[in-house]
Design a protein around this ligand. Structure first.
Ligand code: SAH
Length: 256
């Protein structure tokens, strides 16, 4: 058996792994590792088809937000028959114990902006969320344990000897860039989320209805508070690279 993945998520020979990001900076390093064999453009999306570590993959930038993510995930499933989807990207921190550069591996993903307005109160409807594939989560956890991270840069953490930490938790998704401490606290209180982003639950929902395993990997570019705009600009590239390191390592583990 060539791939550990064969046992773990039943990837049959010839079946492909889908890798999605929202932005170029997130997909860039993964694509550097890729032997591209063909490129298709469908619905304004560029699908690179090839191999990473000899594992057949299709890599694509979805664009930002839930609709973009859903369109892209469904195309990956329908047109490329991917056996699993990994999302790699950046997010805003919700759990106050997490810092910029830290990594969140999805246990489940929820829509935080889907629900009902009662008087002036928003009542969320997606309280259950969508569970990530436990084998892919296990591979991501193993990857986080074996990546040799560089020290977190001084501009992010003044202490020396600080390395990115990985956690498995809930990811909250909405069509909103969260830069509000009040809203951060609300998402923490209601969903007990580790981080917030704008695509994960859409990918998760599409995967759920198609019965396709998925995992979302995110590294924190900001802490979803009033400084988030500035921090995103400063740290998104660093966080995107950190998330990429995990996915890169996952693909090594899958090949073992
Ligand atoms: N000005 C940027 C905006 C990017 S939106 C641009 O035009 O490129 C932020 C992206 O990073 C989304 O894909 C989202 O998934 C993620 N993200 C990072 N921090 C976030 C936050 N605080 N709230 C919501 N999404 C966040």
């Amino acid at each position: 058996m060539m791939y550990a993945l064969l046992f773990l998520i039943a990837l049959q020979p010839g079946q492909k792994l889908g890798i999605i990001s929202a932005m170029d900076i997130e997909l860039a390093l993964i694509k550097q590792d890729m032997q591209v064999e063909a490129t298709d453009t469908i619905n304004s999306r560029i699908f690179d088809i090839g191999t990473i570590n000899e594992i057949p993959c299709v890599c694509v930038k979805a664009g930002i937000g839930k609709v973009n993510a859903a369109i892209t995930a469904q195309l990956l499933i329908h047109k490329y028959d991917v056996a699993a989807i990994i999302f790699t990207g950046v997010a805003g921190g919700i759990d106050p114990l997490l810092d910029i550069g830290d990594i969140v591996i999805s246990k489940k993903v929820v829509h935080h902006d889907y629900g009902q307005i009662v008087l002036d109160t928003f009542v969320p409807w997606d309280t259950m969320g969508f569970a990530a594939d436990s084998s892919l989560v296990a591979i991501a956890v193993k990857a986080a344990g074996s990546v040799e991270f560089e020290e977190v840069p001084k501009k992010i953490c003044k202490e020396t000897g600080h390395y990115p930490q990985a956690t498995v938790g809930t990811i909250a998704t909405g069509d909103q860039f969260i830069s509000s401490e009040e809203k951060r606290k609300w998402i923490e209180a209601i969903f007990h989320a580790a981080c917030v982003e704008m695509e994960g639950a859409a990918v998760a929902q599409v995967c759920a209805v198609n019965n396709i395993p998925f995992v979302i990997i995110r590294s924190l570019s900001d802490l979803a508070n009033e400084k988030a705009d500035v921090e995103f600009e400063l740290f998104a590239e660093y966080a995107a690279q950190t998330s990429n390191l995990i996915v890169r390592e996952m693909l090594k583990i899958m090949k073992e």
